[in-house]
Design a protein around this ligand. Structure first.
Ligand SMILES: NC(=O)C1=CN([C@@H]2O[C@H](COP(=O)(O)OP(=O)(O)OC[C@H]3O[C@@H](n4cnc5c(N)ncnc54)[C@H](O)[C@@H]3O)[C@@H](O)[C@H]2O)C=CC1
Ligand SMILES: Nc1nc(O)c(N)c(N[C@@H]2O[C@H](COP(=O)(O)O)[C@@H](O)[C@H]2O)n1
Length: 218
């Protein structure tokens, strides 16, 4: 069994979630409220290593009432700084990483109480096994907040149930896309519209369910 997975992302009209300098503030207040609402209705919120390094996020629930979920970082080489805000409440932090690293790398995180889930790494981490592990520790509903490489690796593996994407009224012409294939192959993923909502006049949130791929391709 694996968690029900929802990707939440805010992108420009040209599909970018950050520009090439790493600038990524694209939401309006209603969109931030939606983001916090989904956090409060999730058992865990997952981000990739680059997102932690670029944004130093809190990933807490602040704009609506509710409990902050587990924070889950996908980091194959364990490069995220120990001083990141995410580790301020280490008991609710989980790192998914490779089982090929040396002991010292895990130890510094384990020492402060961060839970480490080790999975196989073959250029990308085995996210099928990672999600099974998360389900077994009680994470039944998982929100994914990017970045583009993490989003794509989950989509590619048929591990996404819904995509909540907000289109913000900007274009960058470059930068990081909502889905970045990295070393993975291209696919033709297909989505089905469940709901469309206008936010703060010029922003649009679209809730999609995934038509394809629904199951791991590998
Ligand atoms: N506007 C928005 O909604 C959001 C924007 N962002 C922006 O996106 C940018 C970061 O995106 P990306 O560069 O795509 O980085 P990312 O956050 O997806 O992290 C990529 C890294 O995470 C690890 N990783 C993720 N999935 C993996 C897998 N399956 N196997 C192995 N390792 C894996 C690897 O270390 C990889 O280099 C930042 O600038 C951030 O500000 C991030 C989240 C939301
Ligand atoms: N929905 C959304 N809109 C934006 O404009 C964003 N920049 C992001 N970024 C994501 O939110 C995280 C920051 O969370 P905190 O406010 O620090 O709790 C950031 O790391 C991205 O995952 N999202």
């Amino acid at each position: 069994m694996r968690p029900y997975v929802i990707i939440f992302s805010t992108m420009t009209v040209d599909g970018k979630i950050a520009n090439s300098d790493g600038y990524s503030k694209l939401s309006c207040i209603d969109d931030f409220r939606l983001q916090h609402y989904l956090r409060s209705n999730s058992d865990g919120v997952m981000v990739g290593a680059n997102t932690v390094i670029n944004d130093d996020p809190s990933l807490t629930v602040r704009l609506v009432k509710g409990t902050s979920p587990y924070k889950i970082i996908v980091d194959s080489k364990l490069i995220v700084p120990l001083s990141s805000k995410i580790f301020q409440n280490p008991a609710k932090s989980i790192i998914i990483t490779s089982n090929n690293l040396n002991k010292e790398r895990y130890e510094k995180f384990e020492k402060i109480g961060v839970r480490i889930i080790k999975v196989d790494f073959n250029g990308v981490l085995d996210m099928v096994t990672a999600l099974k592990n998360l389900y077994d520790i009680g994470i039944k509903r998982l929100m994914v907040e990017g970045g583009g490489h993490l989003n794509y690796s989950l989509l590619y593996n048929g591990l996404v149930d819904e995509l909540w994407v907000t289109i913000s009224p900007f274009a960058f012409g470059g930068g990081t896309s909502i889905f970045e294939k990295g070393i993975l192959k291209e696919i033709k993923a297909e989505f089905y519209i469940k709901e469309i909502k206008n936010l703060c006049q010029n922003w649009v949130n679209i809730k999609y369910s995934i038509l394809y791929p629904k199951k791991p391709l590998i």
